[in-house]
Write a protein that binds this ligand. Structure first.
Ligand code: ADP
Ligand code: MG
Length: 255
């Protein structure tokens, strides 16, 4: 895992990484699925006047098959980091790279395409569609991408198996799922397009502790199973402890 924060020391990235990181394995083998380089970001009001500066010189890299936990107090910008990763917000300066592609150079249409093709997202409460079965919920992203129904449903079944949801739950009424089952279905849905980057915003925040552990077991097994890079926003130290590296945004917040 490579995790770097702060100002670069020189122009040579290898010097930067060698000096700040204990392990250096990825640079020689190509781009990581997810990387931020020297990102600064602040919100602006509707007139374009800066209203809330959040961070400067934020840099990290999540190699394939590894995970990063983003922690920090409420309001420190954790969800903002996710939105920057997804290309829903644009950095004031610096680069956000998805699979080596600098998203700041892309227009909205290409960003949307990149998001569909390379990224999956899990929200705190799952956000499943109650009128669809769990299997159909997982199949939706593929169908929206134009895949045939039968192929989408078969892929959805494989994705559900990855997170330990057995076929007996495929066709039940989605509203009857337990909190843990709902979150594992949400993870399966995020995985169905085989993303290189899996993002999760407080994915266990609404669960009791034993359910939380089961969901976290499945979530943190994904990088190993699929090679995806996982970024998890959490305020729960027991979840952050599972990640390959931890980024504390509290250290970056400006006023
Ligand atoms: N659209 C916005 N305009 C102005 N400020 C915002 C906007 N969205 C979030 N903020 C502010 O930015 C800060 C970081 O928000 P957020 O990323 O949601 O934090 P976290 O997820 O760590 O709680 C908060 O102070 C929040 O009020
Ligand atoms: Mg948040």
């Amino acid at each position: 895992m490579i995790l770097c924060v702060g100002e670069p020391i020189g122009d040579d990235r290898s010097v930067f990484y060698q000096s700040r990181c204990s392990i250096m394995t990825e640079l020689a083998t190509g781009a990581s699925p997810l990387e931020m380089r020297d990102v600064s970001f602040g919100y602006e009001n509707s007139s374009g006047v800066p209203s809330r500066h959040l961070f400067s010189s934020l840099s990290f890299e999540v190699p394939a098959g590894s995970s990063l936990a983003v922690i920090g107090p409420s309001g420190s910008g954790k969800s903002t980091v996710l939105m920057l990763c997804m290309g829903l917000l644009t950095a004031t300066s610096g680069q956000v790279l998805i699979d080596g592609v600098d998203t700041s150079e892309l227009g909205q249409r290409k960003r949307t395409l990149l998001r569909q093709q390379k990224m999956g997202m899990v929200f705190q409460d799952g956000e499943l569609l109650p009128e669809l079965s769990p299997l159909e919920n997982v199949a939706v992203p593929l169908m929206l991408a134009g895949q045939k129904s039968a192929i989408s449903l078969a892929a959805a079944a494989r994705s559900l198996a990855l997170v330990g949801i057995h076929s007996g739950l495929h066709s039940v009424d989605t509203v009857t799922l337990s909190g843990g089952e709902r979150q594992r279905v949400a993870v399966a849905r995020a995985l169905v397009c085989q993303p290189k980057v899996l993002l999760a915003d407080e994915p266990t925040g609404a669960l009791d502790s034993s359910t939380r552990d089961k969901v976290a077991d499945e979530l943190f097994s994904i990088p190993n199973k699929t090679g995806a890079a996982l970024l998890v926003v959490t305020h729960d130290p027991s979840i952050a402890d599972r990640a390959s590296a931890v980024l504390d945004l509290g250290a970056f917040v400006h006023g």
